[in-house]
Write a protein that binds this ligand. Structure first.
Ligand SMILES: Cc1cc2nc3c(=O)[nH]c(=O)nc-3n(C[C@H](O)[C@H](O)[C@H](O)COP(=O)(O)OP(=O)(O)OC[C@H]3O[C@@H](n4cnc5c(N)ncnc54)[C@H](O)[C@@H]3O)c2cc1C
Length: 369
């Protein structure tokens, strides 16, 4: 007869979005004690209040999703306000044009009239990629060359650290195309930011767990995998094994915050590949919808050594090898999140992965013998 009164103990290693959602859901289960380990809860979504503005410390982070369950869960933890970010790209001629590509983009970049731009973009929207298409072959076919080069090529090549010829066209789903003048950076039904800021949202998400501000070593993690009934692991896969098979390649970025004197641009998020000192700028007061306030700006640029958090295609085989080892060595450990799954996940996708992980854990640890 199972002992129904003994609580189950779960460790959550890492409290970014993936770990925080898992900890929140598991801690609300009866007879479950959740211990969270992270020296810096919040992960990539951490923020700090500067002069009344919630400034995201690792670039702009907006929750966007079509999944009502995810939107409701984030709001249950702590409320969000609905907003839509807009973005522009600063071209090589100093023009700011909307991204994702819409009719105005084609009008200003390629000299189209409105009707021709709309027709061209309807064609683009209704032309799906073939099975063998790459971003270069498909994108080059559906968009005028200048619009493709300015708005898609650079972004995709930065994102995947390789030529557009190598990237499967399916990844372009992350870059919507609007046949009218629509301006949302993300097209999903729900989009928003936490009312009290991201860092406060994490405090609320972790309120029912015990939080230990500790970076666990691979040895600590191996012990946890024996001591706890289940472990949710959201750190890097290669770290878990002390990089014994090699370091998983990843693209990195540097982010600094500056107070600028003015903001001459039309959008709170500006892609600025033509400026030497950074490829994206975010004006946080504008992002939050204030038409006034200090220009507290996050400036991002690629880095080979900092924040190596973008999985790249060339690392997938090695990641699969580490995952095989993990499954064999640690049957009670569940990898979850961007670097633990080595997948290019957004906030909502991390939450979905965390919810699936919780379902598996609950099914396993409370299963009757
Ligand atoms: C610049 C940028 C902008 C983005 N903007 C958006 C956006 O607008 N919308 C969107 O949907 N997505 C966005 N994303 C993606 C989003 O950041 C990620 O999907 C999400 O934050 C990943 O969460 P995670 O919990 O998987 O990982 P992380 O946030 O990296 O969290 C992992 C945590 O684990 C901890 N940790 C690691 N190892 C250990 C250990 N051994 N012991 C203890 N703790 C450990 C770390 O300290 C960290 O806090 C953006 C990403 C970047 C880089």
């Amino acid at each position: 007869m199972p002992n129904l009164s003994s609580p189950k103990r779960v460790a959550v290693i890492g409290a970014g979005i993936s770990g925080a959602v898992a900890a929140y859901v598991l801690a609300r289960q009866d007879r479950t004690v959740v211990d969270v380990y992270d020296p810096a809860p919040g992960g990539l979504c951490r923020s700090r209040n500067i002069e009344g503005v919630d400034v995201h410390l690792f670039g702009p982070h907006v929750l966007h999703t079509n999944d009502w369950t995810v939107w409701r869960l984030f709001n249950e933890i702590s409320p969000f306000y609905a907003m839509r970010a807009t973005a522009s790209i600063l071209t090589d001629t100093g023009q700011a044009v909307p991204v994702p590509v819409n009719a105005s983009t084609l009008m200003r970049l390629c000299g189209y009239g409105y009707r021709d731009a709309v027709r061209r973009l309807f064609f683009a929207q209704s032309t799906p990629p073939g099975a063998d298409d790459t971003v270069a072959s498909w994108g080059g076919r559906i968009l005028p060359t200048r619009a493709f080069d300015m708005c898609v090529r650079g972004y995709t090549e930065r994102m995947w650290s390789c030529d557009c010829e190598m990237v499967p066209a399916a990844t372009l789903a992350r870059l919507p195309i609007y046949p009218g003048r629509q301006r949302a950076y993300h097209a999903d039904r729900f989009s928003g930011l936490p009312v009290n800021g991201w860092s406060a949202w994490f405090v609320d998400a972790l309120r029912d767990a015990r939080v230990f501000p500790q970076l666990l070593t691979p040895t600590d993690i191996a012990h946890a995998a024996k001591d706890y009934d289940a472990v949710v692991y959201t750190g890097r896969l290669d770290y878990l094994y002390d990089y014994c098979l090699g370091v998983l390649p990843a693209r990195g970025f540097a982010h600094r915050v500056e107070v600028l004197r003015d903001w001459p641009w039309p959008s709170p998020i500006m892609h600025t590949p033509s400026l030497a000192d950074g490829i994206r700028r975010t004006n946080y007061a504008r992002l939050h919808g204030f038409g006034y306030g200090p220009h507290i700006v996050g400036i991002e640029k690629p880095s080979a050594s900092e924040n190596l958090v973008y999985p790249v295609l060339s690392g997938e085989a090695l990641a699969a090898e580490y995952t095989r080892m993990l499954r064999k060595d640690y049957p009670r450990m569940y990898p979850c999140g961007r670097m633990a799954e080595y997948r290019y996940l957004g906030i909502a996708q991390c939450a979905t992965s965390a919810l699936h992980t919780c379902e598996k854990i609950i099914g396993k640890i409370f299963a009757l013998p």
